[in-house]
Structure formats: structure tokens, C-alpha cells
Design a protein around this ligand. Structure first.
Ligand code: DX5
Ligand code: ZN
Length: 216
């Protein structure tokens, strides 16, 4: 099991975005997490391709792009061109998920599928062997700073069993309400990557918080 950290820039200070990215560049973070929201799949609108293009010019970590949008297929190639290394789509809005995963992989990006809190791990049974990563939401998507949903720990364990059986190289990422306490229990349950937004960017020393999260 790896212990990787992906700060979510949704919680960053966008008036100082360049400095915030430089902080991440100098930190122990492994990825930079981007929450792309369309106001349809989730009740919020965040940012899109232009922000990722700009950040890609100064970032020295892989860009982990979490698409909370409908019709993701239309935009996947553009996000990869903008600099995305990992593309995450939600199973709840991909009618032809196998085709979408093949499209992501055809661009050279890593393919990740995300499950909302209510979506069972069993939906992945026929597709898990094609995935590089699975993202489990531990909050209902759309906002940072929400409370962690406790049954995520048992969901991580179920997913780990499926992955050990069918695709041991597939990583488990968890997103929402991550802090030192929830992070420690998530790594113990079998998670590999933790996304952290408000806990990192609202802390006194974000870079130190990232290092400490990796050590929980
Ligand atoms: C929510 C996003 C998360 C969010 C995490 O829909 O997918 O990445 O920004 O923020 P925190 O860590 O504050 O819960
Ligand atoms: Zn996210």
C-alpha cells in the first residue's frame, strides 16, 4: 500500500494561485487534485480547462482531474491536452463506461472511476481490471469542507478485496473530509491516495500538513 497525498486546489486562495502551486511543487504532495464541477451533475460550478492549462505551465506534479460533469466524453481529450495525467469520471453519469475508459486510456492518461457515497463497489466488477485507480467519495460531491461519511472505511475494505482479486495494481483514492484522524483510518483500511482540500489549505503551514498526512 502506498501513502500518496493529492491537495485539492478547490480550497486554495485563487488570488495567490501561483504561490499555492509553488507550495505544492516544493511539498511532499504526489498529485494536484482539480475539482471540475458543471453545476448539473453537482450543485456547484468551479473551474475548467483554462485554469488547468495555466497551472500545468508551473506545476511539477501530475494533475489529477476529478470530472464532476455530465457528458465527460466530450471533454476528455481537451483536459488531457491541457495537462491532465489522471482523468476521473463518475460511474453515475457514464452510460457507456467501458467506452469512456477506453477513450481516456487512448489519450495516454490514467483512467479512474469515481463512486458517490451511495454507489456500491459491486458496480465496478466488470470494469475494475481496466482501471488505474478508483476514487471513493467520502462526502457528497460539490463542496469542500464537509463532514466525513463514516461508512467509507468499510467501503474501502470491500474495494480492496475486489482489487486484490482482480487488479492488484489499481490504486484506491478517497476524497472528502480528510484530516489526520480520518486519513490514518483510511490508510489502515487500504486506501493509497488521500485528497485533502480545506484541511491542507486552511492550515497554518500547508506544506507541513501535507508531510504529516503522509506519515499518519
Ligand atoms: C468535493 C471535491 C473534493 C473537495 C475536498 O466534491 O471532490 O475534492 O474539494 O475538500 P475537503 O478536503 O475540504 O473535503
Ligand atoms: Zn475531488
Amino acid at each position: 500500500m502506498s501513502k500518496l497525498i493529492a491537495p485539492s486546489i478547490l480550497a486554495a486562495d485563487f488570488n495567490r494561485l501561483g504561490e499555492e502551486i509553488e507550495m505544492i511543487n516544493q511539498s511532499d504532495a504526489d498529485y494536484i487534485h482539480f475539482d471540475v464541477m458543471d453545476g448539473v451533475f453537482v450543485p456547484n460550478i468551479s473551474f475548467g480547462i483554462p485554469v488547468i492549462e495555466h497551472v500545468n505551465k508551473i506545476a511539477n506534479k501530475p494533475l489529477d482531474v476529478h470530472l464532476m460533469i455530465i457528458e465527460a466524453d466530450k471533454y476528455i481529450e481537451s483536459f488531457v491536452k491541457a495537462g491532465a495525467s489522471i482523468i476521473t469520471v463518475h460511474v453515475e453519469v457514464c452510460m457507456h463506461l467501458h467506452r469512456t475508459i477506453q477513450l481516456i486510456k487512448s489519450t495516454g492518461a490514467k483512467a479512474c472511476v469515481c463512486l458517490n457515497p451511495h454507489t456500491p463497489v459491486s458496480v465496478l466488477e466488470e470494469i475494475i481490471s481496466d482501471l488505474d485507480m478508483v476514487l471513493l467519495m467520502s462526502v457528497n460531491p460539490g463542496f469542500g469542507g464537509q463532514a466525513f461519511i463514516e461508512n467509507t472505511y468499510s467501503k474501502v475494505k470491500k474495494l480492496k478485496e475486489l482489487i486484490d482479486q482482480k487488479n492488484p495494481d489499481c490504486l484506491i483514492e478517497v476524497d472528502g473530509g480528510v484530516n489526520y484522524d480520518t486519513g490514518k483510518k483510511l490508510f489502515e483500511a487500504g486506501a493509497d491516495v488521500l485528497v485533502a482540500g480545506s484541511f491542507v489549505f486552511k492550515s497554518k503551514n500547508p506544506s507541513e500538513t501535507i508531510s504529516k498526512l503522509k506519515l499518519v
